[in-house]
Design a binder for this molecule. Sequence first.
Ligand code: HEC
Length: 244
Amino acid sequence: MEKLRGFLLVSLLVVLGQVSCTHKSAELIPVYVNTNPTGGGNGNGGGTTNPNPCDPNIVYFTKDILPILNSNCAMSGCHDNITAKEGIVLNSYAGARAKVTPYSLNSSKIYKVMVTSNSKDIMPPAPNSKLSQTQLDLIAKWINQGAQNLTCNSGNCDTSNVTYSGVVSKTINTYCYGCHNGASAGGGINLSSHAGVASIAANGKLMGSIQGVAGYSAMPKGSKLDECQIKQIQIWVKAGALNN
Ligand code: HEC
C-alpha cells in the first residue's frame, strides 16, 4: 500500500469513460485521483489556489507521454497522421490508447516494441536510439496507472534558477531530441549537446521556433511547449545560453 499513498482507490466505473465499455465488470479498477491540492510542496505562491495541480506520482498523458511519442514516434515518415506506418498514429491520445492495454505491459504493443531485445523489431528503429530508461519507465507507469488521459495544471512557473543541465536540457531531451539527434537531425540541427542548442540560441532560431514567430518553423513539430517552458528557455538564452 506504500506505493499507493497519495492515491485514492475508487472503483467507480463511470469515471473511466473511455475504458468502461471494454472492461470486465467484475474487476476492480484503480482510479488515480489527485489528492494533492496544494501542488506537491512546490508552494502555490500569490495566494491563488490551483484547482488541478500536478501530482508528481501521477503520469499525465499530454504533459508526460505525448512529447515522447511526438519526438520519437510521430515524426514525418513514421507514425504521424500522414504516413501512419502499419496504420499506427502516435500523435494523439486516441492513437496511443489504441495500441496499449491498460494495466498490462505484456499486451501493450507500443511498450513491447520499445523494450524488445530483438534489433529487427525495436522501435524507434535504428539508426534512432532506444528510448531512455526514464522515458520507458514513464510509459510503463502510465500504462500501469490505466493509460488514462489525465490533465493537470503545473501552477507556479519556477524561473528562479534556470540552468542548462537542470532545466533547459531536460525540456530539449523530452520535446526535441528524438527529431534532432546525431542519427536523425531535422533541418541539419543536432540538439544532443549544449553546443548544438547554444548555436540555435545564438542565431535566434531557438526562440523563433518555440514561440512560433513568423518566418520560423514552429517547434516542436506537432505539439507546443507550455508558457512556462518557453519563459524558462528565454531566461536561459538572455543570460547567454551558458553550459551551466
Ligand atoms: C517531430 C519531429 C520534430 C520535433 C519533435 C522537433 N523538431 Fe525541430 N525540426 C524538425 C524538422 C524535420 C526540421 C526541418 C524542417 C523544418 O524546418 O520544418 C526542424 C527544424 C527545426 C529548426 C529550424 C527552424 C527554422 O525555421 O529554421 C529549429 C530551430 C528546430 N527545429 C528546433 C526544435 C526544437 C527546439 C524542438 C523542441 C522544442 C524541436 N525542434 C522539435 C523536426 C522536429
